[in-house]
Write a new protein. Structure first.
Length: 91
């Protein structure tokens, strides 16, 4: 997966995560930590509107973490200078 595609995906994920952060007033890192620790177990009822939001939010956050890790791995293989040289600059 090339760096530019990863960056677009990361930006899209950030946009999706920001919508949940705005809706619930909590940053994704804090939400995910609470979700993983079981602190949000009172929302494990499928009849609650938060249930599906929280599932989606946690999934998006996990994907975001994986994409950022993949970005860092690719960047280590190709120097910043190399990457910037490959980007076409409009005249």
């Amino acid at each position: 997966m090339e760096l530019q595609k990863l960056i677009r995906e990361i930006h899209w994920l950030e946009w999706q995560l920001r919508a949940f952060e705005d809706k619930y007033g909590v940053l994704s890192t804090d939400f995910y930590q609470a979700f993983q620790s079981g602190e949000l177990s009172e929302f494990d009822d499928t009849d609650l509107p938060q249930f599906y939001d929280f599932l989606e939010w946690s999934s998006l956050y996990k994907v975001s973490l994986h994409r950022e890790q993949r970005y860092r791995e690719l960047l280590q293989r190709q120097s910043m200078v190399e990457q910037l040289r490959h980007i076409a600059v409009p005249a």
